[in-house]
Design a binder for this molecule. Sequence first.
Ligand SMILES: [Ca+2]
Length: 207
Amino acid sequence: MRTPLVCASMLMIAAGAASAATDSCGWESPDSLVLATYPDDTAITSSLDSEQVHAGATALKLERNNESPTPSVYVATVDNLNPGDVVTAGFWCYDMTPGAAPSGRIWGHWNDDIAGDIMGYNGSAGGNNDYSAGDGWSYLEWSWEVPADHKGLVIEARLYSNPGDIIWIDDIQVDAPDGSDLNLACSVETAVQEMSWSALKASHAQK
Ligand SMILES: [Ca+2]
């Protein structure tokens, strides 16, 4: 009689250890746009915008301001990673110029002191060599495996374009290992979502 109970307990522990720190959000609050802008805040103007939206009421609008090389916004960080861990991230990007600027790309770099300095840089982590398709919304995704000498990953939305060009980003999802510290740029909950939950609760209460 005791053996099945022990097995069940062990399975529960195993399932807990294997679960991932997955999170997603979709840029619905002006208080929660980007974690940082590279190389500095003058490179890209980030704003909440309703002109192009993948889901919800708004998306992140990115406008390139100057000729700074490979400008990007930091859309997520994952800290306290271990060697061999895999992080998968993706977001939707709106671009209506196939094969030409502006285009978006998902990219990553290592920063082993994210808490101390969000702009810290410990080498490129690479990313998807494909750009946004240029026929509306396309999903850009990449997976990174953590090498032995790094613990922090910064996920970037890169903007390949000329000054004045604009792209939109929406609905990011990141799958990170359990125990890691995942932070999404758009993770602040909005009043709209809170109202939706209230409405949902009210509709259930009436039944
Ligand atoms: Ca949205």
